[in-house]
Design a protein around this ligand. Structure first.
Ligand SMILES: [Zn+2]
Length: 484
C-alpha cells in the first residue's frame, strides 16, 4: 500500500488594530455592536468618493515583515479583486496582487510566501425569523492582513502550532488582537496528499474558527483523502467547510482560479515607493519592535527553566510578568529561579485555577488565562517561600500550604511557618526517628532482613508523628541512617 505524505499550506487573515479603516476615516472598532454606525460615503462606495491609504496599517504589516526576517517591498500598489457579493459595496475588494508589502521570511521554521494588506468585507447576518440576510458594514474596509505560507507543513499539529505562534507574534507587536472567537483572526488550510515528489491536488478548508478545529479538520481531511486515493478515486480541487457538530469537512464549492477575479491596479490610489516615505523608514520601524516571543523563550530557558514553562510564561502575560518580577527578586541566582519556576508553573497555577474555578473570569474566552492581578502574593514574599524551601527549612508540603495561605491573605511567609509550626526542626526529626524505631521492632527487623517496603511504613509513621510537617525525603534519609 502506498504511503501518502500530507502537505499543508496556510492562509491566515488578521484584522489590524488601527484607529480608522483602511481607506477612509470611519472608526475601526470591532467592539461596536450597533450595525452600520461606523460607515461613511467612502466605505459605502458612494459615487465620486476617493480612498486614501492608512499608513498605520502599512506600518503594522511592515513590522510583521521585519519580525519574520522577510524582504520588505520598496514598490507596492493596491489592486482591485473583482467579485460581486452583498458584503462588498464597491463590487471589488482592494487587495494586493503583484506587489505584496512583504515576501519571504519564516516563523517556527516554516517559510512564508507573502504578507499583504487588503480590506475586510461587511458581515452578513442571517435572520432566522424572517429568513432575510442582513448586512452590517461596520467591518467593511477594516484593514486586513493576509499571510500565506509555503506548502511545507506536514502535520495537523505543526499547522496549529504555527497559527498559535503567529497569534502570539501579532499580539506582541500590538498589530492585532488576533482573537479567533471574535473573528479577528481567521484560518484557511490547503491540504494535498502525494506519494511522489510532486504535490497532489489541493483541497482548501475555510471557516476554521479555532486552532483545535484546524487540527481536527486537517486530520479529518488527511484521512478522507488517504481513503479516496487508496480506493483509486480522484481528489477534486474544491473548497470545503468544517462542521463542528459532525466533526467533518463538507464540500462548499469547486475552486475558481485567480483569473476569475480580473485583478488590476486600482486607479484611484497612488502606487507607493516606500523608501521615499518617512513613516516607513526601516530603521525607525525596527526600533519599535521589542523582544519577540521566541527571543523571550530563549532568555527564560537561559535561566535553566523547562522550555514548556518558558512557553507558558510567554503565552500567558500575567504569569510572565510575575515570573519576571521573581527573577528580578532573585538577581542572578539560577538555582533558585529554577526552583521558583517549578512552583509558579505547577503549584501557583493550580492554586489560582482552583480558586477561580467558579468565578466568571475563567471561561470568558474559553481559556484558563491567569491575570496578573489574580496572583495576590508579592514577588518578595514568593521569594521568601522559595528561600525557605531551598534552605530546607520547610517541607515541600509546607511550602504549598504557605503559598495557599499567602494567596488568600498576604502575610509574611516566615510568620505563617512559625504560627502554623511548619518549620522543620532537625531535633524533632531525630526524636521522631528514634521513637518510631523503638515502637516498631518487628518492622525494623523486617527491614534489616531486606524487606524494603518496611521502610515506607516507618516513613509513614514518622510523617504522622510530625503531623505532615516533615520532609519525607529527609525523614527517609534519617531513618536509613539510624538503621545502618
Ligand atoms: Zn468609511
Amino acid at each position: 500500500m502506498a504511503k501518502y505524505i500530507p502537505t499543508i499550506g496556510l492562509e491566515i487573515h488578521a484584522e489590524l488594530k488601527t484607529a480608522t479603516k483602511m481607506f477612509c476615516a470611519s472608526k475601526n472598532d470591532a467592539s461596536e455592536i450597533r450595525p452600520n454606525s461606523n460607515v461613511c460615503p467612502v466605505c459605502m462606495a458612494h459615487p465620486g468618493t476617493l480612498p486614501t491609504i492608512n499608513k498605520e496599517a502599512v506600518r503594522h504589516v511592515l513590522r510583521v515583515g521585519i519580525a519574520l526576517g522577510a524582504t520588505l517591498a520598496d514598490y507596492t500598489e493596491f489592486d482591485r479583486k473583482n467579485y460581486f457579493y452583498p458584503d462588498l459595496p464597491k463590487g471589488y475588494q482592494l487587495s494586493q496582487y503583484e506587489y505584496p508589502l512583504v515576501r519571504g521570511g519564516s516563523l517556527s521554521g516554516i517559510q512564508i510566501t507573502r504578507v499583504h494588506l487588503e480590506e475586510d468585507t461587511a458581515s452578513s447576518i442571517h435572520d432566522e425569523k424572517t429568513g432575510a440576510t442582513l448586512v452590517d458594514y461596520n467591518r467593511a474596509g477594516v484593514p486586513l492582513m493576509e499571510l500565506v505560507t509555503e506548502p511545507v507543513i506536514h502535520s495537523a499539529k505543526d499547522a496549529s502550532d504555527f497559527g498559535r505562534e503567529l497569534q502570539l507574534l501579532l499580539r506582541t507587536l500590538g498589530v492585532s488582537d488576533a482573537d479567533m472567537e471574535k473573528g479577528n483572526m481567521r484560518l484557511e488550510a490547503n491540504i494535498s496528499l502525494s506519494d511522489t515528489e510532486e504535490l497532489g491536488t489541493k483541497v482548501e478548508i475555510k471557516n476554521i474558527n479555532s486552532f483545535r478545529a484546524m487540527e481536527r479538520a486537517v486530520e479529518y481531511e488527511i484521512k478522507r483523502q488517504t481513503k479516496m486515493l487508496e480506493n483509486g478515486e480522484k481528489i477534486i480541487q474544491e473548497t470545503r467547510g468544517w462542521d463542528e457538530v459532525k466533526q467533518a469537512t463538507f464540500s462548499q464549492r469547486v475552486k475558481e482560479g485567480s483569473a476569475d477575479y480580473r485583478y488590476f491596479p486600482d486607479p484611484d490610489l497612488p502606487s507607493l515607493q516606500l523608501s521615499e516615505i518617512r513613516e516607513f523608514a526601516h530603521d525607525a520601524l525596527r526600533s519599535t519592535i521589542s523582544e519577540l516571543p521566541w527571543q523571550r523563550r530563549a532568555r527564560y530557558v537561559g535561566f535553566g527553566i523547562k522550555l514548556e514553562d518558558a512557553a507558558l510564561y510567554v503565552r500567558e502575560p500575567g504569569l510572565g510578568s510575575f515570573f519576571e518580577e521573581v527573577v528580578g527578586a532573585f538577581g542572578g541566582d539560577a538555582e533558585r529561579i529554577k526552583l521558583a519556576s517549578n512552583y509558579i508553573a505547577n503549584d501557583l497555577v493550580n492554586l489560582i485555577s482552583s480558586n477561580k474555578a467558579s468565578s466568571d473570569r475563567r471561561d470568558r474566552s474559553g481559556r484558563d488565562t491567569i491575570y496578573r492581578d489574580e496572583i495576590t502574593i508579592s514577588a518578595g514574599n514568593f521569594k521568601k517561600i522559595i528561600s525557605l524551601l531551598g534552605d530546607k527549612k520547610i517541607s515541600s508540603r509546607a511550602g504549598k500550604d504557605i503559598l495557599a495561605m499567602c494567596l488568600l491573605n498576604e502575610e509574611d511567609p516566615e510568620d505563617v511557618a512559625r504560627k502554623k509550626g511548619l518549620f522543620q526542626d532537625s531535633g524533632d526529626v531525630a526524636g521522631t526517628v528514634s521513637s518510631i524505631i523503638k515502637a516498631n521492632p518487628t518492622v525494623v527487623a523486617n527491614f534489616k532482613a531486606g524487606k524494603t517496603s518496611a521502610l515506607e511504613y516507618l516513613v509513614g509513621q514518622g510523617m504522622k508523628a510530625l503531623k505532615g510537617a516533615g520532609d519525607p525525603v529527609a525523614l527517609r534519609e534519617a531513618i536509613e541512617r539510624a538503621l545502618k
